[in-house]
Design a protein around this ligand. Structure first.
Ligand SMILES: Nc1ncnc2c1ncn2[C@@H]1O[C@H](COP(=O)(O)OP(=O)(O)OP(=O)(O)O)[C@@H](O)[C@H]1O
Ligand SMILES: [Mg+2]
Length: 352
């Protein structure tokens, strides 16, 4: 657990952080959000003592961080930042190996760990281990930044807008990968962003700041339902109901769908989705075309479906971009598991 008690930071007459008290539970993601200059980065850097607080106390698992040597403290804390901060003259391998090397790990252990992390973040070690950062795309570089933060298996991760510098599609993918990783790794995470949608999607709790002060600390559901004041309400913005759909998953609202078999010749059916003998989605039927064989439109399942763990907000935008009223839901192998209608998706919106 990370426990900030009345923490403050002053630069001359500027108060960057003002009497901030915040408790981040073990295994949870706390997202710090607020307008530029509100003190997010300063707060983050006080946790690993890249910046020393002017007042207050920070406890990490009950231990006062000021009683630890900064080096010792940072050993247990992974840190990743927006501009990634990869060393340009080191390869991907060497970048990820920085902290393990500092800790004096033996070579075979470092080798195994870096390979494991490259697999974990979905970069082919054969292709990328010896590449230099300039040969990476923005999204790949961000992944390496995350891998580097994870290298020594720290309990705590501090992320400062780690996905800020990539295009929206890549960002969505990185966010999903991060959530998948977190499900397995259960780190205690403090994550800075100024993107409210990112905050709602990723957080267990959101801490919203203004002028160095905490305005509200709550789960995204609570914050969407009951913004503490006008500032928080304005910051969250319009469409609170739609935003809440990022917290509901397709599996919670979908209905079963059998699909019609590709080899079935007398296709008249309640389903519009067509599957092969293994149950893998192969396309859909246009209900307006009466001869079933002519109505069949073949597609790669990846292009027309969502997963059970896709959030409903993303499913909705997929529905709109595809122009479907009903979306097929598949598992990781493309097997049809159900379907999601527009009405079902909207019903999850609640009364906001
Ligand atoms: N070294 C410094 N000297 C003086 N003032 C500073 C220093 N570092 C930060 N500040 C001030 O402290 C305040 C908080 O800065 P901080 O970097 O924490 O904001 P932030 O919320 O991370 O903003 P952004 O979203 O733009 O990254 C700002 O007013 C900033 O100008
Ligand atoms: Mg900042």
């Amino acid at each position: 657990m990370i426990d900030l008690k009345n923490v403050g930071k002053k630069y001359g007459t500027t108060t960057a952080v003002n009497d901030l008290s915040l408790e981040v539970k073990t295994g949870e993601i706390c997202v710090l959000i607020g307008p530029s200059g509100c003190g997010k980065t300063t707060t983050l850097k006080m946790i690993n003592r890249l910046i020393e607080p002017s007042s207050g106390q920070i406890l990490i698992d009950g231990r006062d961080s000021s009683s630890l040597k900064p080096f010792e403290l940072r050993r247990g804390i992974g840190y990743a930042i927006q501009s990634v901060g990869l060393f340009p003259h080191l390869t991907v391998f060497e970048n990820i190996a920085v902290v393990p090397k500092l800790l004096g790990w033996q070579k075979p252990k470092i080798q195994a760990r870096v390979m494991e992390l490259l697999e974990l973040i979905g970069l082919d070690p054969n292709r990328y281990a010896d590449a230099y950062p300039k040969a990476l795309s923005g999204g790949q570089a961000q992944r390496v930044g995350v891998a580097r933060a994870l290298a020594a298996d720290p309990k705590v991760l501090l992320f400062d807008e780690p996905f800020g510098a990539v295009d929206p599609l890549t960002r969505e993918r990185l966010q999903n990968e991060f959530l998948g990783l977190q499900q397995r790794l259960k780190k205690t995470v403090v994550f800075v962003t100024h993107d409210i949608d990112e905050a709602i999607k990723l957080s267990d709790r959101i801490a919203i700041m203004k002028d160095g002060k905490l305005e509200q600390y709550a789960t995204p559901e609570q914050m969407l339902e009951q913004p503490a004041n006008a500032f928080v309400r304005d910051f969250i913005g319009a469409d609170r109901g739609l935003k809440r759909l990022a917290r509901v998953f397709v599996r919670d609202v979908m209905r079963p769908s059998a699909g019609v078999k590709l080899e079935d010749q007398n296709l008249r059916t309640s389903s519009v989705f067509v599957v092969d003998s293994g149950g893998v989605l192969r396309g859909w039927l246009d209900p307006k075309v009466s001869a079933a064989q002519d109505a069949f439109s073949a597609h790669q399942w990846q292009d027309i479906s969502v997963f059970e763990n896709t959030n409903v907000r993303e499913a909705l935008s997929r529905m709109i971009s595809l122009g479907f009223q009903v979306l097929p839901v598949v598992n990781g192998a493309g097997v049809l598991k159900g379907e999601l209608s527009l009405e079902q998706a909207m019903s999850a919106k609640g009364n906001l």
